[in-house]
Write a protein that binds this ligand. Structure first.
Ligand code: GLA
Length: 386
């Protein structure tokens, strides 16, 4: 991918890039909508990512291009308005620059920028965090600045919350930043604290991307976020992570039915993350799998962020040999299902699931056998400015 990106960079700008960085997409293994509730979450960086190449310019002009979009978006350094329509992808790198500036971090004035990615967009695999973090790394390098990984996570989230306009937590940026091959990333989102947990060698992840996306996805995500904050307030705690099942039961009559359901999911889901970590440490993948199925059902019933397509895939996977568990991954309302499997599940089983989906919904899901990967990093540095 790096060579292809350099070729695209050369053909767009007739010069060489100075800096290249890559940040991976991620799977949310378990911990659905727990992050912004101060809870814990478990994810994995995957071998799909976004690469960004950059070379500085002395004239203050910022040129943005992406292999996924035609044309070049040209802005002056003082242009910090959100872009709309076909240029809206630029809001990710632009949001990072705005967040860096408002945090007092040095940024490059002018540059030529090119992105390439193999993270499917809209699948719940964090293509946004991947472009934010890979952009941040090249911007920092170009400005001669550096940040800890913790600060990089905060920066990516700030760009997403304040500029892109999605009130997400730190799951996506945290996993993309702290990912490690053969490990899962465990995040205690309130502190925040990042750890890695070894993934047993026999475990595999398969992703089934439905290519479906609810039309109101951003609004639905923001609504769920608000419902959780409202529920915490009525229960009388700062965040749902502070509430116990007993506290929820005691507050049931004071909560709207909706607030009760959202809180029910989040409180139980945080407990499931802890149980999953314990099962992983014990090497009990069958127990992990059961927790994944329970998580999916809780999303479907209590959090109501599943869909007919996602439920169908989980049901198909459940009867396949070698599948420990499966669930929706990420925000929900469409996107993808992730399955945790043993070696006994392979291309044949995946094709069977895809066929069933095709005959039910008339389109084939994208199937990805994902490997765990390392977190965001610079790929090369110090090429001549050309
Ligand atoms: C999206 C958000 C994350 C997290 C998940 C749901 O991926 O970006 O912050 O809230 O949804 O767990």
């Amino acid at each position: 991918m790096t060579e292809r990106l350099i070729t695209s960079f050369r053909s767009a700008y007739s010069r060489e890039p100075e800096f290249i960085a890559r940040a991976p997409g991620r799977i949310e293994v378990i911990g659905n909508h727990t992050d912004y509730n101060g809870g814990t979450v478990l994810g994995a960086a995957i071998n799909r990512g976004t690469w960004v190449a950059l070379a500085r310019r002395g004239d203050g002009i910022r040129r943005f291009a992406s292999e996924m979009r035609p044309g070049v978006v040209e802005l002056r350094a003082e242009d910090a308005e959100r872009r709309t329509g076909s240029q809206s992808w630029v809001n990710y790198p632009l949001g990072v620059l705005v967040a860096m500036k408002s945090s007092g971090i040095a940024i490059p004035a002018g540059f030529d920028y090119m992105a390439a990615s193999n993270v499917p967009a809209g699948a719940g695999l964090s293509s946004s965090a991947a472009i934010e973090l890979s952009s941040a790394l090249v911007f920092l390098q170009a400005a001669g600045a550096s940040l800890t990984r913790e600060a990089l996570v905060t920066l990516g989230r700030k760009a997403e919350n304040e500029f892109v306009g999605v009130p997400c937590g730190i799951l996506d940026q945290g996993v993309s930043c702290f990912g490690r091959v053969n490990h899962l990333v465990y995040i205690d989102c309130r502190v925040p604290r990042f750890e890695t947990v070894p993934l047993p060698a026999s475990a595999h992840f398969w992703i089934f991307n439905t290519h479906t996306k609810h039309a109101l996805i951003d609004g639905l995500y923001a609504a769920r976020h608000q419902e959780c904050l409202d529920a915490a307030k009525i229960i009388g705690v700062p965040f749902l992570v502070d509430a116990t099942p007993a506290m929820l039961a005691a507050a049931e009559t004071r909560l709207s039915r909706t607030a009760y359901k959202r809180a029910h999911h989040v409180i139980d889901e945080i407990a499931r993350v802890e149980q999953t970590v314990a099962a992983l440490r014990a090497g009990d993948l069958a127990a992990v799998g059961k927790l994944l199925y329970t998580s999916h059902r809780s999303s479907r019933t209590w959090f109501e962020n599943s869909s007919a397509e996602l439920d169908f895939l989980v049901d198909c996977l459940e009867v396949e040999k070698g599948v420990y568990g499966a669930r929706l991954t990420g925000g929900g309302f469409g996107g993808a299902v992730v399955a945790l499997t043993s070696d006994a599940f392979g291309q044949e089983g995946a094709a069977r699931v895809a066929e069933s989906y095709l005959s039910r919904f008339g389109s084939r899901p994208e199937v990805i056998h994902a490997l765990t990967d390392d977190g965001a990093a610079l790929v090369t540095a110090g090429r001549s400015a050309g």
